[in-house]
Ligand binder design. Structure first.
Ligand code: GUN
Length: 284
Protein backbone atom coordinates (compact mmCIF):
# COMPACT_ATOMS: atom_id res chain seq x y z
CA UNK A 1 0.00 0.00 0.00
CA UNK A 2 1.12 3.55 -0.62
CA UNK A 3 -0.40 6.06 1.74
CA UNK A 4 -2.46 9.07 0.73
CA UNK A 5 -0.35 12.10 1.56
CA UNK A 6 -2.26 14.63 3.66
CA UNK A 7 -1.27 17.98 2.14
CA UNK A 8 -1.09 20.36 5.09
CA UNK A 9 -0.16 23.32 2.92
CA UNK A 10 -3.25 22.97 0.73
CA UNK A 11 -5.58 22.29 3.67
CA UNK A 12 -4.12 25.26 5.57
CA UNK A 13 -4.88 27.53 2.59
CA UNK A 14 -8.44 26.22 2.45
CA UNK A 15 -9.03 26.68 6.20
CA UNK A 16 -7.45 30.16 6.17
CA UNK A 17 -9.83 31.19 3.39
CA UNK A 18 -12.78 30.01 5.52
CA UNK A 19 -11.60 32.07 8.50
CA UNK A 20 -10.87 35.10 6.32
CA UNK A 21 -14.57 35.23 5.45
CA UNK A 22 -15.40 35.39 9.16
CA UNK A 23 -12.67 37.99 9.82
CA UNK A 24 -13.99 40.12 6.94
CA UNK A 25 -17.54 39.90 8.34
CA UNK A 26 -16.24 41.28 11.65
CA UNK A 27 -14.40 44.07 9.84
CA UNK A 28 -17.66 45.09 8.17
CA UNK A 29 -18.99 45.66 11.69
CA UNK A 30 -15.93 47.81 12.46
CA UNK A 31 -14.07 45.14 14.45
CA UNK A 32 -10.59 44.13 13.36
CA UNK A 33 -9.56 40.86 15.06
CA UNK A 34 -6.28 41.59 16.90
CA UNK A 35 -3.48 39.30 18.08
CA UNK A 36 -0.59 40.27 20.37
CA UNK A 37 2.47 38.04 20.39
CA UNK A 38 5.08 38.51 23.10
CA UNK A 39 8.56 37.06 22.79
CA UNK A 40 11.16 37.30 25.54
CA UNK A 41 14.79 36.82 24.51
CA UNK A 42 16.62 35.90 21.35
CA UNK A 43 15.91 32.18 20.75
CA UNK A 44 16.31 31.93 16.94
CA UNK A 45 13.63 29.26 16.39
CA UNK A 46 11.12 31.20 18.52
CA UNK A 47 11.86 34.37 16.57
CA UNK A 48 11.07 32.58 13.31
CA UNK A 49 7.79 31.15 14.72
CA UNK A 50 6.71 34.54 16.07
CA UNK A 51 7.61 36.28 12.80
CA UNK A 52 5.46 33.75 10.92
CA UNK A 53 2.51 34.31 13.28
CA UNK A 54 2.62 38.07 12.74
CA UNK A 55 3.04 37.60 8.98
CA UNK A 56 -0.01 35.31 8.79
CA UNK A 57 -2.09 37.97 10.56
CA UNK A 58 -1.02 40.57 8.01
CA UNK A 59 -1.85 38.23 5.12
CA UNK A 60 -5.39 37.81 6.41
CA UNK A 61 -5.82 41.51 7.21
CA UNK A 62 -5.83 40.98 11.00
CA UNK A 63 -4.43 43.56 13.40
CA UNK A 64 -1.32 42.36 15.24
CA UNK A 65 1.24 43.57 17.74
CA UNK A 66 4.67 41.97 17.97
CA UNK A 67 6.22 42.71 21.35
CA UNK A 68 9.89 41.70 21.58
CA UNK A 69 11.28 42.01 25.12
CA UNK A 70 14.94 41.57 26.08
CA UNK A 71 16.08 38.28 27.66
CA UNK A 72 16.66 39.99 31.03
CA UNK A 73 13.05 41.25 31.29
CA UNK A 74 11.83 40.62 34.84
CA UNK A 75 8.87 38.34 35.52
CA UNK A 76 7.03 41.31 37.06
CA UNK A 77 7.56 43.42 33.93
CA UNK A 78 6.27 40.62 31.71
CA UNK A 79 3.20 40.11 33.92
CA UNK A 80 2.55 43.87 33.79
CA UNK A 81 2.70 43.81 29.97
CA UNK A 82 0.23 40.89 29.92
CA UNK A 83 -2.13 42.79 32.24
CA UNK A 84 -1.96 45.81 29.90
CA UNK A 85 -2.84 43.67 26.85
CA UNK A 86 -5.58 41.82 28.76
CA UNK A 87 -7.25 45.23 29.17
CA UNK A 88 -6.64 46.43 25.60
CA UNK A 89 -9.84 46.25 23.51
CA UNK A 90 -7.88 46.15 20.21
CA UNK A 91 -6.39 42.80 21.31
CA UNK A 92 -8.61 39.71 21.18
CA UNK A 93 -5.87 37.07 21.28
CA UNK A 94 -2.70 37.15 23.35
CA UNK A 95 0.18 34.69 23.59
CA UNK A 96 3.65 34.53 25.04
CA UNK A 97 5.97 32.40 22.92
CA UNK A 98 7.44 29.51 24.91
CA UNK A 99 9.96 28.75 26.23
CA UNK A 100 10.55 31.88 28.31
CA UNK A 101 13.98 32.49 29.96
CA UNK A 102 14.64 30.36 33.05
CA UNK A 103 14.21 33.20 35.57
CA UNK A 104 10.54 33.52 34.53
CA UNK A 105 7.93 31.04 35.80
CA UNK A 106 6.03 29.94 32.68
CA UNK A 107 3.04 28.73 34.75
CA UNK A 108 2.58 32.22 36.21
CA UNK A 109 2.77 33.70 32.71
CA UNK A 110 0.19 31.29 31.27
CA UNK A 111 -2.15 31.85 34.21
CA UNK A 112 -1.87 35.62 33.83
CA UNK A 113 -3.27 35.58 30.28
CA UNK A 114 -6.99 36.25 30.36
CA UNK A 115 -8.82 32.97 29.49
CA UNK A 116 -10.95 34.94 26.98
CA UNK A 117 -7.78 35.97 25.09
CA UNK A 118 -5.79 32.74 25.57
CA UNK A 119 -5.70 31.71 21.91
CA UNK A 120 -3.01 29.09 22.67
CA UNK A 121 -5.47 27.34 25.00
CA UNK A 122 -2.75 26.86 27.63
CA UNK A 123 -4.41 28.63 30.59
CA UNK A 124 -5.61 26.00 33.13
CA UNK A 125 -9.17 27.37 32.77
CA UNK A 126 -9.10 26.48 29.07
CA UNK A 127 -7.30 23.18 29.68
CA UNK A 128 -10.08 22.31 32.14
CA UNK A 129 -12.75 23.41 29.66
CA UNK A 130 -11.27 21.10 27.02
CA UNK A 131 -11.09 18.21 29.50
CA UNK A 132 -14.72 18.62 30.54
CA UNK A 133 -15.98 18.81 26.97
CA UNK A 134 -16.73 22.57 27.02
CA UNK A 135 -13.91 23.59 24.72
CA UNK A 136 -13.19 27.32 24.36
CA UNK A 137 -9.76 27.35 22.68
CA UNK A 138 -8.04 24.19 21.50
CA UNK A 139 -4.23 24.42 21.48
CA UNK A 140 -3.23 25.23 17.92
CA UNK A 141 -1.04 22.26 16.96
CA UNK A 142 -3.43 19.49 18.06
CA UNK A 143 -6.36 21.53 16.70
CA UNK A 144 -4.51 21.62 13.37
CA UNK A 145 -3.82 17.88 13.50
CA UNK A 146 -7.52 17.17 14.17
CA UNK A 147 -8.49 19.42 11.28
CA UNK A 148 -6.15 17.47 8.97
CA UNK A 149 -7.77 14.17 10.03
CA UNK A 150 -11.25 15.59 9.45
CA UNK A 151 -10.44 17.21 6.10
CA UNK A 152 -8.72 14.02 4.89
CA UNK A 153 -11.85 12.04 5.79
CA UNK A 154 -10.13 9.76 8.31
CA UNK A 155 -12.72 7.91 10.45
CA UNK A 156 -12.20 8.73 14.14
CA UNK A 157 -15.25 7.53 16.08
CA UNK A 158 -14.68 4.13 17.68
CA UNK A 159 -11.12 3.92 16.36
CA UNK A 160 -8.02 3.33 18.44
CA UNK A 161 -5.92 6.49 18.50
CA UNK A 162 -2.41 6.30 19.95
CA UNK A 163 -0.67 9.55 20.85
CA UNK A 164 3.06 9.38 21.54
CA UNK A 165 4.08 12.32 23.72
CA UNK A 166 2.43 13.89 26.75
CA UNK A 167 3.39 17.55 26.49
CA UNK A 168 0.90 20.22 27.51
CA UNK A 169 1.29 21.81 24.06
CA UNK A 170 0.64 18.72 21.91
CA UNK A 171 0.23 15.26 23.47
CA UNK A 172 -2.28 15.86 26.27
CA UNK A 173 -4.61 18.21 24.36
CA UNK A 174 -4.39 15.94 21.28
CA UNK A 175 -5.57 13.01 23.39
CA UNK A 176 -8.45 15.11 24.74
CA UNK A 177 -9.57 16.21 21.27
CA UNK A 178 -9.51 12.61 20.01
CA UNK A 179 -11.46 11.46 23.06
CA UNK A 180 -14.01 14.21 22.42
CA UNK A 181 -14.35 12.85 18.87
CA UNK A 182 -15.18 9.42 20.34
CA UNK A 183 -11.87 7.69 19.65
CA UNK A 184 -10.46 5.17 22.12
CA UNK A 185 -7.25 6.86 23.17
CA UNK A 186 -3.90 5.57 24.44
CA UNK A 187 -1.13 7.98 25.45
CA UNK A 188 2.42 6.62 25.23
CA UNK A 189 5.57 8.29 26.52
CA UNK A 190 9.32 7.82 26.26
CA UNK A 191 8.98 5.41 29.21
CA UNK A 192 6.41 3.14 27.54
CA UNK A 193 7.59 -0.48 27.52
CA UNK A 194 7.22 -2.16 24.10
CA UNK A 195 6.05 0.96 22.26
CA UNK A 196 5.61 -0.99 19.00
CA UNK A 197 2.92 -3.14 20.65
CA UNK A 198 0.81 0.03 20.97
CA UNK A 199 1.71 1.69 17.68
CA UNK A 200 0.90 -1.50 15.71
CA UNK A 201 -2.61 -1.45 17.17
CA UNK A 202 -3.25 2.21 16.27
CA UNK A 203 -5.81 3.15 13.62
CA UNK A 204 -4.67 6.74 14.17
CA UNK A 205 -1.09 7.35 15.27
CA UNK A 206 -0.03 10.83 16.36
CA UNK A 207 3.69 11.19 16.95
CA UNK A 208 5.14 14.09 18.96
CA UNK A 209 8.37 12.83 20.47
CA UNK A 210 11.06 15.09 19.06
CA UNK A 211 13.10 12.01 18.05
CA UNK A 212 13.89 12.01 14.33
CA UNK A 213 12.44 9.09 12.33
CA UNK A 214 11.81 6.96 15.44
CA UNK A 215 8.57 5.45 14.09
CA UNK A 216 9.33 3.09 11.21
CA UNK A 217 7.02 1.29 8.79
CA UNK A 218 7.19 -2.00 10.73
CA UNK A 219 5.65 -0.23 13.76
CA UNK A 220 2.55 0.89 11.83
CA UNK A 221 -0.76 -0.92 11.32
CA UNK A 222 -1.52 -1.30 7.60
CA UNK A 223 -3.99 1.41 6.56
CA UNK A 224 -3.50 3.59 9.67
CA UNK A 225 -3.54 7.38 9.60
CA UNK A 226 -0.14 8.69 10.70
CA UNK A 227 0.15 12.29 11.88
CA UNK A 228 3.73 13.42 12.35
CA UNK A 229 4.05 16.44 14.63
CA UNK A 230 7.87 16.36 14.76
CA UNK A 231 10.15 18.87 13.08
CA UNK A 232 13.82 17.97 13.36
CA UNK A 233 16.76 19.52 11.54
CA UNK A 234 19.23 16.89 10.29
CA UNK A 235 23.00 17.28 9.98
CA UNK A 236 22.59 17.93 6.23
CA UNK A 237 20.29 20.87 7.01
CA UNK A 238 17.12 19.09 5.82
CA UNK A 239 13.97 18.84 7.96
CA UNK A 240 12.49 15.51 8.96
CA UNK A 241 9.71 14.32 11.22
CA UNK A 242 9.51 11.84 14.09
CA UNK A 243 8.25 9.27 11.57
CA UNK A 244 10.47 7.60 8.98
CA UNK A 245 8.38 8.81 6.05
CA UNK A 246 9.89 6.50 3.40
CA UNK A 247 9.10 3.24 5.19
CA UNK A 248 5.89 4.49 6.84
CA UNK A 249 4.22 5.59 3.60
CA UNK A 250 4.41 2.02 2.28
CA UNK A 251 2.25 0.76 5.18
CA UNK A 252 0.02 3.65 6.28
CA UNK A 253 -3.32 4.56 4.72
CA UNK A 254 -2.74 8.30 5.25
CA UNK A 255 0.38 10.18 6.29
CA UNK A 256 1.43 13.79 6.85
CA UNK A 257 4.79 14.84 5.37
CA UNK A 258 7.42 16.98 7.13
CA UNK A 259 7.61 19.76 6.12
CA UNK A 260 4.16 20.51 4.70
CA UNK A 261 1.95 18.50 7.08
CA UNK A 262 1.01 19.66 10.56
CA UNK A 263 3.38 22.67 10.45
CA UNK A 264 1.28 24.95 8.22
CA UNK A 265 -1.83 24.14 10.28
CA UNK A 266 -0.57 25.46 13.63
CA UNK A 267 -0.59 29.11 12.63
CA UNK A 268 -3.82 28.62 10.70
CA UNK A 269 -5.56 27.48 13.89
CA UNK A 270 -4.05 30.43 15.78
CA UNK A 271 -5.79 32.68 13.26
CA UNK A 272 -9.00 30.67 13.74
CA UNK A 273 -8.80 31.05 17.53
CA UNK A 274 -8.10 34.79 17.24
CA UNK A 275 -11.08 35.39 14.94
CA UNK A 276 -13.24 33.30 17.29
CA UNK A 277 -12.04 35.35 20.28
CA UNK A 278 -13.02 38.54 18.44
CA UNK A 279 -16.42 37.08 17.57
CA UNK A 280 -17.03 36.20 21.21
CA UNK A 281 -15.87 39.63 22.40
CA UNK A 282 -18.46 41.10 20.00
CA UNK A 283 -21.14 38.86 21.54
CA UNK A 284 -21.53 36.78 18.38
N1 GUN B 1 6.32 27.10 21.62
C1 GUN B 1 6.19 26.01 20.84
N2 GUN B 1 4.92 25.88 20.40
C2 GUN B 1 4.24 26.92 20.93
C3 GUN B 1 2.88 27.33 20.82
O1 GUN B 1 2.03 26.72 20.17
N3 GUN B 1 2.56 28.47 21.51
C4 GUN B 1 3.47 29.17 22.26
N4 GUN B 1 3.05 30.25 22.91
N5 GUN B 1 4.72 28.81 22.36
C5 GUN B 1 5.10 27.69 21.70
Amino acid sequence: MTARIIDGKAIAQEVRAEWKVRADALKERGISPGLAVIIVGEDPASRVYVGNKVKACAELGLYSEHIALPADTSEAALLAKIAELNADPKIHGLLVQLPVPRHIDSSKVIEAISPEKDVDGFNPINVGALSTGNMRFAPCTPFGAMTLLEKAGVPIEGKHAVVIGRSNIVGKPMAMLLLQANATVTICTSKTVDLAKFTRDADILVVATGKPKMITGDMIKPGAAVIDVGINRMADGKLCGDVDFESAKEVAGWITPVPGGVGPMTITMLIANTVQAAERAAGL
